[in-house]
Each structure stands twice: as structure tokens, then as C-alpha cells.
Write a new protein. Structure first.
Length: 215
């Protein structure tokens, strides 16, 4: 029985959207994973260790927080700030440089897909099924890039800068006793899973067919 004056509940995906309800969920997750991958990539909280006087240090792939600096008088000063390495070649290891490139590309791809997906939520003819599947494939590749970058990262644990913060026992794939994994690394790990989930959801994301306007 319909109550007089009551309004029928509208579906999540309105007539002004080119996405199904699953597609709207895909768009929301795409935006979430873009934030996770971007923040996880940029903020240098991948691993945490300590140096002189128990000063906490953090490493990312191309940035670090709190580092020693040699003064003109020959003394060491601990700079309590976060910053990137002076140049790409000064990143501690080739593995970290490769991880920076891979995760950086993945974060950019995730942001691009999220931007297009959000547009699809409010535009009736923005995303057809072919485009949605293409975007899903891009997310699959982005997830693989992040996973590969995180897989390469431990190869740099034997670098002197890491040994200084983590202990002499630190070596590739064996983080020293003074270090632990930090939250940016966990954000990227979650981003991988969501990217792959989004890739699957993209198969059912669009309410349009590729020949939607065919006469």
C-alpha cells in the first residue's frame, strides 16, 4: 500500500549518471584508493627507526624525516624535518628509485581513473562499458605497479643510511631490530587490494553500451 504524498526512494545511480549502483560504489572506492595511494606514496612513513640520541627517523621511497647534516665546523646536526632527497640519484638505492617511479606512476593513474569515475557519477553519457573496463584495466596495472614497488623496496634495507637507523643486522628483506614498518606502507598495501577490487567492479560499472548512440 502506498502512503499518499510519500516519495519513492531513488536509486543511488540517478538518470543523470552513466553508472550503475555498482558503478557508483566503484567510483567511491576509486576515489578512496587514489587518496590512499597518493598519500602513502608522498608521506615518508614507510619504515621507522632511530639514530643518535634516540631520535626517531622515518623513510619513504624518495623522502625521509629527521636526518643528520654535517656542519662547517665538522659537527653533526640532526635536522628535525621531512624532505625529499636532493636529487633522484641521491635516493639511497636503485631499488628505492625504482619503487619511487612505480608507485608514483600508480598513484597518478589511480587519481586519473578516480577523476573520470567521479565525472561519470554526474554525467549521463560519460562512461560506457568499454571505457569502464579500460579504466578497470588501468587500476589492475596500477595495483601491480604498487605491489612491485613494495616488493622492490626491501632490497634497499642494506644501505648504510638504513643500517644507521635500523641496526647493522639490516639487510635486503631483513629489517634491522631498531626499525618497524609504519602507516604509509600499510596505506599502500590497502590501496593495492582496493585497486584490484575496483578492477573487478568496473566490469559492471556502466549502464551504457559502447554503441549507445548507434542509429
Amino acid at each position: 500500500m502506498t502512503v499518499p504524498g510519500a516519495k519513492a526512494a531513488l536509486p543511488i545511480a540517478t538518470v543523470n549518471s552513466s553508472l550503475t549502483n555498482i558503478g557508483v560504489f566503484w567510483a567511491v572506492l576509486s576515489l578512496s584508493t587514489a587518496v590512499l595511494s597518493g598519500v602513502g606514496f608522498y608521506l615518508p612513513f614507510w619504515i621507522q627507526g632511530e639514530i643518535f640520541n634516540r631520535t626517531t627517523v622515518h623513510f619513504g621511497s624518495f623522502r625521509r624525516c629527521n636526518y643528520p647534516r654535517l656542519l662547517e665546523n665538522g659537527r653533526l646536526e640532526i635536522v628535525l624535518e621531512c624532505g625529499r632527497y636532493a636529487s633522484f640519484s641521491s635516493i639511497p638505492s636503485a631499488a628505492w628509485r625504482a619503487a619511487s617511479v612505480l608507485v608514483g606512476i600508480a598513484a597518478s593513474l589511480a587519481l586519473l581513473v578516480a577523476f573520470i569515475a567521479v565525472i561519470g557519477c554526474f554525467t549521463a553519457d560519460a562512461i560506457n562499458s568499454l571505457l569502464a573496463k579500460t579504466l578497470g584495466f588501468i587500476q589492475l596495472v596500477a595495483g601491480l605497479f604498487v605491489a612491485t614497488g613494495l616488493g622492490l623496496y626491501p632490497l634497499g634495507y642494506g644501505h648504510p643510511q638504513v643500517k644507521e637507523a635500523c641496526g647493522d643486522a639490516s639487510e635486503p628483506f631483513n629489517l634491522g631490530p631498531k626499525c618497524k614498518y609504519s602507516w604509509s606502507l600499510y596505506m599502500l598495501s590497502v590501496a593495492i587490494l582496493i585497486l584490484w577490487l575496483c578492477s573487478a567492479l568496473s566490469l559492471k560499472a556502466s549502464r551504457m553500451r559502447p554503441h549507445f548512440y548507434q542509429i
